[in-house]
Structures are given as C-alpha cells and as structure tokens.
Design a protein around this ligand. Structure first.
Ligand SMILES: [Zn+2]
Ligand SMILES: [Zn+2]
Length: 172
C-alpha cells in the first residue's frame, strides 16, 4: 500500500467510531465514540441501555416529545421532535468505561456532534479535542461556544465518508 492510499488518522479513528455505532440497538439513532490518546485507541462506546437491562430492540424505544426551534427560510418555527431516552449516549458510556487518567489530553472521535449534555460532560472529562462527523444543529451553537471557552478543539470532518456497511436506516 503506498502512502497516499493509506488512511489518515482522522479517517481511521472515525471509521472505528462508525463500526462501533453498529452495535447500537436503538432503531432511532446509532452513535459510536472512541477515545484516542496520541495514536492509541483507549476505549470505545455506543448508545445503549445499561447492561443487563432490556434495550430498544427488546423493550422498544422510550420516546419523549419536545418542541425545538428550527430555522426555516429565514424564520424560526417550533417543531415537535421525538427523542429516545432509553439509551445512555455513546459519549457518556465512553466516560463511564474509561479512566480519568487515560483521558487527560486525549481526543474523542464521535460519529455525531455531541448534544449539550454530553458536550458538558466531555468538557469536564480531561479530553482536549472532539472530532465529529454528522452535525446536530439543535445544540451546535451553544456547544461550539462552550468548547471555545474551554479551549477544547472541536472539529467536524466535512469531507469524510463513513464505510457503507456501517450506515443503518434510522427513523428520525
Ligand atoms: Zn431507542
Ligand atoms: Zn448526548
């Protein structure tokens, strides 16, 4: 394999995050996250119910509805959105399954831009960089502002393409 067809590190770790996301049993959202220190993989996690507890494929999603402000053709609209709250988000599972000492100075690769709650936790977890692929507009502005304040690098991989076999149909 020549150097120019070899995967760069961003692609390599984001591919792993997408592979991990296929473990999720929630039919609404498949999110994968990995912890990387230097070039070393220190942990992987996906969104799921606590272990030993029925997951979305067994017990169904646990749906909540809430209104969100959506920008549409220059004006704001209130749109009712559904979310599944049965699962622990991938980023939170990643924090549960890794040690603080390993996280100091590390990066998180996550398939989806973190929600506000996950971003808040990541900001206090010792990590110094978040790399994501799919945008999550709902919380994007406030998350980006907070990361700037904290001095945490926050990068979207805009030209990245996930491995096809890791993409699943989800209801949105
Ligand atoms: Zn679910
Ligand atoms: Zn989250």
């Amino acid at each position: 394999m020549s150097a120019d067809v070899r995967k760069d590190w961003d692609t390599y770790f984001m591919d792993i995050a997408y592979m991990v996301s296929t473990r999720s049993r929630c039919s609404r959202r498949h999110v994968g996250a990995v912890l990387v220190q230097g070039k070393k993989l220190l942990g992987t996690a996906y969104n799921g119910a606590p272990s030993g507890v029925p997951d979305c494929s067994e017990a169904g999603c646990m749906i909540t509805e809430e209104y969100e402000v959506v920008h549409h053709d220059g004006h704001e609209e209130m749109v009712k959105k559904q979310r599944c709250v049965r699962t622990i988000h991938a980023e939170q599972n990643l924090l549960l399954f890794t040690d603080r000492i390993d996280r100091e100075g590390s990066s998180v690769y996550v398939t989806d831009q973190p929600c506000w709650t996950c971003a808040n936790m990541l900001a206090n977890s010792g990590i110094v960089e978040i790399v994501y692929h799919r945008p999550y507009p709902k919380d994007a502005d406030k998350v980006r502002a907070m990361m700037e304040e904290k001095g945490i690098a926050f990068r979207m991989l805009e030209t990245y393409h996930p491995p096809k076999e890791t993409l699943m149909d989800v209801k949105n």
